[in-house]
Design a binder for this molecule. Structure first.
Ligand code: KG4
Ligand code: ZN
Length: 346
């Protein structure tokens, strides 16, 4: 079964063709990172307009790269939740129109579910026979979410831990801003921290009960530590701090922050494992799963190929395949709605 997956929930316009939920026949991603690097973050209106400009060329390239015509496509899958409202609208309106025009069944997929299913795609995996086994724990870490999910089987999700405030990716992005590093913060902090000393600055681990997270305190702790380091009061504007830092301090702050964020994620995962001794695999998913230090800290866990950690259409197609296998029925293309804030459990 060949599924065309479409993803536009944030700042990537993506489409892909995937066979039977695992084999990537094409995977086209047009990122708006260059546009938003200038602003230091995503501007929703601009994101939606950019999706509109490239959406159809991206779909056409995905079909061409896969050597497919519309006759070869068995279903269309699209991200309908959660994400930026205008961005979700462009992808879903495109998918709805194409489903009606070419008479294809249409599946609406939750974005976190898609990230999880990037772990079943076959690229970059040394041993293609090695796939996650249930029950499993999924640590989903992106720009918008930080959650631990318990999955007893395919397409079954129970949220057992979630953030009370910022997502970990958001925290990387905000700390990068304080340090004067470009958006998105994850890759730029990893790069800047490469030669830094991760033990230079002691940053606190938030005291949050159970399996929940909090990352806004960590961001503030970095802010205060930078202010202290350069000798300015806490009222000093954060956007002016970076010019007072020398490259060595930036490297040490980046490394120290990254180390702390990774430790926090690993601690919670360890606790989740203790509470769920039946778990047979751990998977990590979402943009932050590209982080090399986290990968090194969790050698037993499954990670998507780094190119599939961020937003892409292949994971949408993979998630839809397992929905279909679980008996989920297609959605009426005239009625498909978007849900910018809905949970993966609903
Ligand atoms: O999944 P994603 O592409 O989009 C959302 O669904 O949010 O995640 C984007 C997030 C950004 O916050 C970005 O800074 C972070 O993933 N990220 C990373 C790395 N690469 C991207 N965080 C840490 N280390 C990385 N190497
Ligand atoms: Zn994402």
């Amino acid at each position: 079964m060949k599924i065309l997956g479409i993803e536009t929930s944030c700042d990537e316009t993506a489409a892909a063709v995937v066979r039977d939920g695992v084999e990537i026949l094409s995977n086209v991603v047009v990122s708006q990172i260059d546009i938003f690097a200038e602003y230091g973050g995503v501007i929703p209106e601009v994101a939606a307009r950019s999706h509109l400009e490239v959406m159809m060329p991206v779909v056409e390239k995905a079909l061409a790269d896969a050597d497919c015509t519309w006759d070869d496509i068995d279903a269309i899958a699209v991200t309908h939740a959660p994400g930026l409202l205008g961005s979700l609208l462009i992808g879903t309106l495109t998918a709805r129109t194409l489903a009606i025009l070419h008479n294809k069944p249409l599946y609406a997929v939750h974005h976190l579910k898609s990230h999880v299913y990037a772990n079943w795609l076959d690229v970059g995996r040394a041993d293609t026979a090695r796939i996650p086994t249930f029950p499993l724990l999924a640590l989903v870490i992106s720009g918008g979410h930080t959650q631990i999910l318990y999955m007893p089987g395919h397409n079954q999700f129970e949220i057992i831990g979630t953030t009370h405030d910022d997502a970990v990716g958001e925290c990387f992005d905000k700390v990068a801003k304080i340090l004067g590093l470009p958006y998105p913060g994850g890759p730029s902090i990893a790069k800047a921290g490469k030669n830094g000393n991760p033990n230079k600055y002691r940053l606190p681990h938030p005291k949050v009960e159970g399996l929940d997270f909090s990352f806004s305190g960590l961001k503030t702790a970095v802010l205060r530590a930078v202010q202290k380091e350069v000798g300015v009061p806490i009222s000093y504007p954060s956007h002016k701090l970076a010019e007072l830092l020398i490259p060595e301090q930036v490297a040490d702050f980046a490394a120290s922050f990254q180390r702390t964020a990774v430790e926090i994620l690993c601690e919670k995962l360890e606790l989740a494992l203790k509470q769920h001794p039946d778990v047979r695999s751990i998977i990590v998913a979402g943009g932050v799963s590209a982080n090399q230090e986290l990968r090194a800290a969790l050698p037993e866990a499954y990670f998507p190929a780094p190119s599939l950690s961020g937003d892409n259409g292949a994971m949408v197609a993979a998630a839809a395949y397992y929905e279909i296998m679980s008996g989920v029925k297609p959605i009426d293309p005239y009625k498909l709605n978007i849900y910018p804030r809905i949970s993966v459990e609903q």
